[in-house]
Design a protein around this ligand. Structure first.
Ligand SMILES: Cc1ncc(COP(=O)(O)O)c(C=O)c1O
Length: 435
């Protein structure tokens, strides 16, 4: 460790709250990035296959994004939502070109938490109902309502703080909560949404909120037909379907701009953040002009930083880069290459219980025994230290802390994928020995 790393870690300990979750036994201060690579303060290079939690969507220092940012920084830094600005409205126009159906109006905020909060508020205003159903294993953010919507105890710091939120079974096929097998199950878990509404709510709901692939939950990937079944139930009980595309949006899952499109349904409200601006703080809540119209007369709303000119400039650059460098069809192809490589590793290492996900959002669940499926979080820790030493950054998650989350910038090439797979192979060999 150099003096520089030691200094940063000491200041972190002295001045930042101790609840900041830091990866690795010795936390890793990053210094600069370029494309698919980042360097730590000691000059060591890493291939970035987590993209700052699926956020650096078009690679570090992407010239299309940075040019827009530089131009805007020299022009005007801040307006607040009290004044219309060109970037703000242009971003709405450009997003409307890729959002499904008539999800053509937006409220811009600063984080995924903000976007999900905004979505629930509009659902309550529009329907006149208060209760919300979310999914177990889901993640919705760090505000009191975000934590209440979240379906994992460890992320609910301070205890449940918002009433009227209920959780249905999650479509987690590898660990089916109903102990059934897909497709013979007929996606029976979807019916639990109706059971929850009928048993735990007042019978009418404002919304059902879920991620198309549960990110923090460990890339839990529901069967494609799940959301069509749930949409019918939710609408029958008066609610809006809110789909959280914070991790899955902007082509991350391949083939489509938004993951929910694969289910053939259009949600009533959709939230996005992370990859929208390649790392600048920005989020968006999308809905139809009709639903957005319910906010007229409902009360006053401002967002000081929402739709900030620099963040929206970055988002315009990011969209341009996505169209030019990393459209969904390309992500599907590079993602298939990654998936095939992970499946080859699964043939080699019994530690791998499940490989799942779509596009460049691939999860690997580690188990001590494929029969009992006993989670292997200690082996994830071994794998983490090994990949770090080999110069590869990946993510982790899951209720049991035993899932790898592999999600590079969407500009990754098949060569980058091969480089990552080689490093993972070496790291898995080390982790497998510890079982
Ligand atoms: C699906 C999902 N929704 C919401 C959030 C909250 O986003 P933020 O951390 O930007 O508040 C996250 C963050 O990881 C997320 O994964």
């Amino acid at each position: 460790m150099t003096t520089k790393t030691a200094e940063i870690l000491e200041k972190q300990r002295d001045h930042l709250w101790p609840n900041h979750l830091l990866y690795y036994t010795e936390p890793l201060p990053l210094d600069r990035g370029d494309g698919l690579y980042v360097w730590d303060v000691e000059g060591k290079q890493y291939l970035d296959f987590f993209a700052g939690i699926l956020t650096t969507s078009v690679g570090h220092n992407n010239p299309r994004v940075n040019k827009r940012i530089h131009e805007q920084v020299d022009k005007l830094l801040h307006t607040s939502t009290l004044y219309p600005s060109e970037n703000h409205v242009e971003l709405g126009e450009k997003l409307a070109e890729i959002t499904p159906g008539d999800l053509d109006t937006f409220y811009f905020g600063t984080s995924g938490t903000d976007a999900d909060e905004t979505a629930v508020i509009i659902a309550k205003v529009h329907t006149g109902y208060q209760e919300v159903v979310a999914l177990r294993h889901g993640y919705s953010g760090k505000s009191p309502m975000g934590m209440a919507l979240t379906g994992q105890a460890s992320w609910r710091v301070g205890g449940p703080q918002v009433i009227g939120i209920h959780h249905a079974l999650t479509p987690y096929c590898y660990r089916c909560p109903l102990k059934m097998t897909y497709p013979e199950c007929g996606v029976a878990c979807a019916a639990d949404v109706e059971d929850v509404i009928r048993t735990s709510t007042s019978g009418r709901i404002a919304a059902f909120l879920a991620e198309p692939i549960q990110g923090v939950g460990g890339f839990i990937t529901p069967p494609a037909e799940y959301f069509a079944i749930v949409a019918e139930i939710v609408h029958r009980y008066g609610g809006l379907l809110i789909i959280d595309e914070v991790q899955t949006g902007f082509g991350r899952t391949g083939d489509y701009w938004f993951a929910i499109e694969r289910s053939g349904i259009v949600p009533d409200v959709m939230t996005m953040a992370k990859g929208i601006a390649n790392g600048l703080p920005l989020s968006a809540t999308a809905t139809t002009p009709e639903i957005a119209g319910s906010m007229i007369g409902a009360g006053l709303t401002i967002s000081t930083f929402g739709g900030n000119p620099v963040s929206t400039a970055a988002a315009l650059g990011t969209l341009e880069a996505l169209h030019e460098e990393a459209p969904p069809a390309r992500t599907a192809a590079v993602g298939a290459h990654l998936r095939a490589g992970l499946e080859r590793l699964a043939e080699k290492y019994p530690l791998i219980g499940d490989v799942r996900g779509r596009g460049l959002m691939q999860g690997v669940e580690l188990v001590l025994d494929r029969e009992t499926k006993e989670p292997a979080p200690k082996q994830v820790a071994v794998l983490f230290e090994a990949t770090r030493a080999l110069g590869l950054l990946i993510g982790k998650g899951g209720l049991y802390g035993n899932c790898l989350r592999i999600a590079p910038p969407l500009t990754a090439t098949k060569d980058h994928v091969d480089e990552a797979l080689e490093k993972l192979d070496v790291a898995f060999a080390q982790a497998q020995e510890t079982v």
